[in-house]
Write a protein that binds this ligand. Structure first.
Ligand SMILES: Nc1nc2c(ncn2[C@@H]2O[C@H](COP(=O)(O)OP(=O)(O)OP(=O)(O)O)[C@@H](O)[C@H]2O)c(=O)[nH]1
Ligand SMILES: [Mg+2]
Length: 424
């Protein structure tokens, strides 16, 4: 891009002032870099920042009034358009802050929602983002939608922000209900797809991990796909599933999906449940960890927390230490792999360690599932339902005597069904 054009582009970007709030003494520069990355991904430009240690946020403005004044002055000096707080603000806090600062106030959740709104390509993705945005805005309608909303678009205001719907809580609630119904429709379609796959006796492996950990790069390497792999956070929103053939004729399904981030807004997790179903129904999780990031442990914890929030904590996890080409301390890596149960070190970029990864996947998948044939009485129908979550249904028939089930199931579920087992 020619210099002049590039300059112009910079000038057009929304100018954002950042407020880092942390409860411990130490400044975590990677947490701060992460917010800058999010601003960048949302198409904004950081023009200044301040840090504040907040042990107990105030109800009215989160930070104290002196700090609010200081933010206002710094924003005038740097000609900032809006301010981003690296935390989640309540409706009242946003309202008060906007009144005092007289600029738009965005919190971390809004920023993430905004990136999602920009990236969503499929109908499903768009529905889910819209649901998350409305759910986020509903309790905040009184604030953001008074003064600043229609002055201009911009970060935090894309998607449903421009419609007049905002002013009416009841209509927003109706819209939320409609979106949920539409997503339910999408989910049914996805269930059908999954049921189709269930005819093929191959396990499902889902790639999970912090955003930018290298999930799509790994998927591309294993499946010859051409998914977007980019240093920007949340490059992937929509899930992709492909079959990976192994040399001996065996195979598994591999899914790549949206990345996680610390303090992932709960309404976003909830809204993306349809997409993340893929993960909840898988037999094995490949947890990709970016070992070149000094904050990898915090990132790894955040991912495990999200997995728990999705109720998928019982699925076995293979930890995939990625980007080892960018790690200097190789002895440390070897130690990590030795100490960490079920782990492997790879570079999705160079292909190093991929044979080890295959070997581990194979080991962890083998012997997990065994065939069961059962006739479940209707008054215990929920047990037959649960079988979906604990394995693969090969055949299911609603017979007069009960639900006939042929399924490949994990041990726990086989145990639960044992009293209904029949010989076919
Ligand atoms: N050096 C190095 N870079 C890698 C490796 N794997 C991925 N990357 C880079 O890391 C960045 C993020 O990769 P992606 O594959 O998009 O990561 P992701 O986990 O899919 O990220 P999101 O979809 O945004 O959540 C890209 O710039 C990749 O080129 C690796 O093994 N080594
Ligand atoms: Mg990706």
């Amino acid at each position: 891009m020619p210099e002049v054009q590039k300059k112009k582009k910079e000038e057009e970007k929304e100018r954002l002032f950042l407020v880092f709030v942390n409860s411990d003494q130490d400044v975590d520069e990677y947490v701060e870099l992460e917010l800058e990355g999010l601003v960048d991904a949302a198409g904004g430009q950081v023009v200044g920042y301040t840090r504040q240690r907040v042990d107990r946020p105030t109800k009215a403005t989160y930070v104290g009034s002196g700090k609010v004044e200081e933010i206002k002055m710094s924003m005038a000096e740097t000609m900032a358009d809006s301010v981003v707080f690296d935390c989640e603000l309540s409706g009242i806090q946003i309202k008060n802050l906007e009144e005092k600062i007289a600029k738009r106030v965005i919190d971390r959740t809004q920023l993430i929602l905004d990136i999602f709104a920009n990236r969503a390509r499929t109908k499903e993705g768009q529905l889910q983002v819209e649901l998350a945005q409305y759910s986020y805005r509903l309790p905040r309608l009184m604030s953001v939608y008074t003064k600043f909303e229609r002055q201009r678009g911009g970060i935090g205001m894309r998607g449903p922000g421009e419609t007049k719907l905002e002013s009416d809580r009841r209509m927003v609630r109706d819209r939320i209900a409609k979106l949920k119904a539409d997503i339910e429709q999408v989910k049914r379609h996805r269930d059908l797809q999954r049921a189709g796959r269930a005819d093929q006796p191959y396990p499902v492996v889902a790639i999970v991990g912090y955003t930018s950990a290298g999930k799509s790069t790994l998927m591309n390497r294993l499946c010859d796909t051409d998914l977007l792999a980019d240093a920007m956070p949340f490059a992937t929103l929509d899930p992709t599933t492909r079959k990976v053939e192994l040399r001996d004729g065996d195979a598994f399904f591999l899914s790549d999906t949206v990345g996680f981030i610390r303090n992932l807004p709960t309404m976003l997790v909830a809204a993306f449940r349809a997409t993340l179903e893929e993960l909840v129904h898988s037999d094995l999780l490949l947890h990709v960890v970016d070992m070149s990031n000094p904050d990898w442990e915090m990132q790894s914890d955040a991912v495990m927390e999200t997995i728990e929030a999705l109720n998928a904590q019982d699925i076995p996890v293979l930890t995939v230490f990625n980007k080892i080409d960018a790690v200097e301390d190789q002895p440390f890596l070897r130690r990590m792999v030795a100490e960490w149960p079920d782990s492997v070190a790879i570079s999705a970029l160079t292909g190093e360690g991929i044979p080890d990864l295959f070997a581990m996947i194979r080991k962890m998948l083998s012997g997990r599932l065994q065939r069961v044939v059962a006739l479940v009485p209707y008054d215990d129908a929920s047990l037959a339902e649960k079988a979906h979550a604990f394995g693969r249904i090969v055949k299911k028939e609603y017979r007069d005597e009960g639900i006939y089930l042929e399924a490949d199931l994990v041990e726990e579920m086989r145990g639960r069904l044992s009293k209904y087992v029949i010989t076919p």
